[in-house]
Ligand binder design. Sequence first.
Ligand code: 1HN
Length: 351
Amino acid sequence: MNDHGRLDSLGRLEDLPQEYRDELTRRNLVPLWPGLRALLPPKVPGRATQPTHWPYSGLRPLLLQAGELTPIEKAERRVLVLANPGHGLENMKVSPAIYLGMQLLLPGETAPTHRHTPNAVRMVVEGKGAFTTVDGEKCPMERGDLILTPSGMWHEHAHDGTEPVIWLDVLDIPLVYYAEASYVIEGPSQEARPGHGERAYARGGVVPSADFERSTKPYPMMRYPWADARAALVSLAADRPDLDAVQVTYVNPETGKDVENNLGFHALMLRPGQDLRLPVRSPSCVFHVIEGRVDAVIGSSEFALDEADTCCAPGYTEVRLRNRQKAEPSFVFLADESPLHRKIGVYENRG
Ligand code: 1HN
């Protein structure tokens, strides 16, 4: 029998006598074979994650309206969640491990201190004057900056500026929640502690000298300024005109490994007019346009992304990104599940 025949020939639940099925149910037992093909489909996994586009032009006015409708005290975090309809909107996930939310903080507002088991990062979308304090380190929030708030670290947000500040939150909460390990602890407002060490790590590739007491903390660098990541991309592109994927990864400056445990973060530069095909890989992925305009072709979906737009791609799917700007580069922030896939031993790159 050929492979396909064998895969199609398993018994169905309806083939079993009702009395037998009822007795199984009474004993909390389930026959494997009727569900085996759904658990283990041939060659490519089933994916609930649908290619989805969240245009910023539609989201922004609704978020600003939330600023009028709901005072910060009634929200704790004033966020509109970017939910993937394929997972059910109420489940508030983009992919099996990724949560995305767009958060608004108005001038003078504060979002109170807490810490939680899920890992988070912020990608700043617009505005000036807000800052996040992470474990005592005050991190200014400027457009394109990546700020970590890893599992277990105290964090709070505040805003001294004059315009609304909006940022994209990326968390691994669906995964941590699935593991029945998601919880929060509220805390008092933190004292900012300038000069206590963390700011010694301010630029990738430039770390304190060996005779300086090097950090043994798991997260020596909390803020990855966009100006530095952008400059790294521009110089990589100039150095390697032959390179298709001009991409950098946000890493821990001491270990060189991914900045957080489960999700990976990257920035990509598309050269003027570039049409880039990404390798087909197992992890789901999120794309957020920091600068420029990009067409994203994800499987059979096509999205015209403008600045500050966000979209997602399921794993095992072909993705093409085309820079709609003919004379300027475009810059895209990527978040993916690759650290998780590597950790659980399922990471694949199918080329
Ligand atoms: C959280 O702590 C923040 O600190 C934002 O800004 C979004 C979504 C789910 C769980 C915790 C924040 C969050 C969150």
